[in-house]
Structure formats: structure tokens, C-alpha cells
Ligand binder design. Structure first.
Ligand code: ADP
Ligand code: MG
Length: 202
């Protein structure tokens, strides 16, 4: 079972990974965006980490809800409200449970990804974070490592896609041949989840 501390460690691991990969995320956002994705997420996850240190979070749901709220209020770009919705919706779906199972987590993240698709209007294949998140949620039934692989493959698979949502869509055909920054950061989020579970011996 996964408790609030597990979820705090997941968010902290994501913050560390975003810090390590910020330059790469920004470089990916340069040819098909405005070169701010790394900085956006660094600002967002730094705020998440600070909030988790300051405010008490007793349940997994409370951790994700607080994290989502921070992302919405601190990230200026499109990715803030989208990641914020992912985590807030997932947090809400987990309710007040003190501990949750892997199946509950998978269901909650599916609700979160549904929220992302409703808010942003992106479908699979539109070259967005959805292309990493949805395969990860689909694979979570086979375990955390499977979800991580699915997210990484999903991110790589955005390269030949034509962008239909977000800034990259303004480029039309010229968006083809570049990996989507948001799908790449989504793979980091899922990889941090898998790392946290591995460290736990899950
Ligand atoms: P901005 O585009 O405002 O500069 P970021 O650079 O932080 O925001 O994030 C860009 C990423 O957000 C894209 O790579 C894409 O994955 C994701 N994104 C943008 N618009 C949408 C959308 N409508 N639906 C899903 N994801 C989106
Ligand atoms: Mg950007």
C-alpha cells in the first residue's frame, strides 16, 4: 500500500528530475515552442516541494491536490494548468484514504488524464503530454516499470507526429521531427513514480 509519504517522495523525486533535465526540456521547447518548458516546470516543482515542506499532508489525495494547486498557481505556461489538473483530479479521486493500492492509483491517474484531455482538448496522437501519460496509465496495471517504459516510448513516439494542440500546432508540418517537450516531462513524472516504488521495494 502507498501512503502520503510515498506520494511526497514521488513529488520530491519529480522535482529533482525536472531540475536535472530542465535544460533538455527547454531545448526541446525551442524548435516547436517558446523555450520555457524547463524553467516553467522547475518553478512549479520547486513550489510543490516548498509547499509540501510547509503544509501538512496526511493522505495521498492531499499530497496530489496540494501539488496540483501549486502547479496551477506558479507555472505560467500551458503545462501548469494541465499538470495541475492531472494531479488535482487524481488527488480528488483518491479521496481521504490514508493508504491506496496500485489499482486505485491507476484509476485516479486515469481520471487525471481524462481531466487533461477535457481541459486541453488533446487526443492521443496530437503530439502532447497525453501521448506519454495515457500509455503510462494503460500500462500501470502491469506495474510501475511497465508504466515508465510506456511513457518513455510514448514520448519518443511524438517525434514524427504533427502537433494539433498548443504552441507547436502553430508550426503545422514544421512541428514534425521534434520530440514534444510536455510528453518528455510526463515521462520524467512517471519515471520518478517508478523510482520511488523501486526504492520502496514495491
Ligand atoms: P507553453 O506552450 O505555454 O509555453 P510549456 O512550454 O510549459 O507551455 O508546455 C508545453 C507543453 O504543454 C507541450 O509540449 C505539450 O505537451 C503541452 N500542451 C500544450 N497544449 C496542450 C493541450 N492543449 N493539451 C495537452 N497538452 C498540451
Ligand atoms: Mg513553452
Amino acid at each position: 500500500m502507498l501512503d502520503a509519504d510515498f506520494f511526497r517522495r514521488w513529488m520530491t523525486a519529480t522535482a529533482a528530475s525536472v531540475n536535472r533535465e530542465a535544460e533538455r526540456l527547454t531545448a526541446l521547447d525551442s524548435p516547436i515552442g517558446d523555450a520555457d518548458h524547463g524553467a516553467n516546470l522547475q518553478r512549479g516543482f520547486t513550489a510543490v516541494r516548498a509547499a509540501l515542506e510547509k503544509e501538512e499532508t496526511q493522505t495521498p489525495g492531499a499530497v496530489l491536490t496540494l501539488a496540483g494547486r501549486q502547479l496551477i498557481s506558479t507555472v505560467g505556461g500551458a503545462s501548469g494548468p494541465l499538470y495541475g489538473t492531472l494531479l488535482r483530479r487524481a488527488g480528488k479521486a483518491l479521496g481521504d484514504a490514508a493508504e491506496v493500492g496500485e489499482e486505485q492509483l491507476a484509476e485516479a491517474l486515469r481520471a487525471g488524464v481524462d481531466g487533461v484531455m477535457t481541459l486541453g482538448g488533446a487526443k492521443p496522437g496530437d503530439k502532447t503530454m497525453v501521448d506519454a501519460l495515457l500509455p503510462a496509465v494503460d500500462a500501470l496495471g502491469d506495474g510501475f516499470a511497465a508504466a515508465r517504459t510506456a511513457a518513455e516510448e510514448g514520448a519518443v513516439a511524438t517525434t514524427p507526429m504533427l502537433a494539433r494542440k498548443g504552441r507547436a500546432s502553430y508550426l503545422g508540418e514544421r512541428s514534425i521531427g521534434h520530440q514534444d517537450p510536455g510528453a518528455t516531462s510526463s515521462a520524467l513524472l512517471v519515471a520518478a513514480l517508478a523510482e520511488t516504488a523501486e526504492a520502496d521495494g514495491e
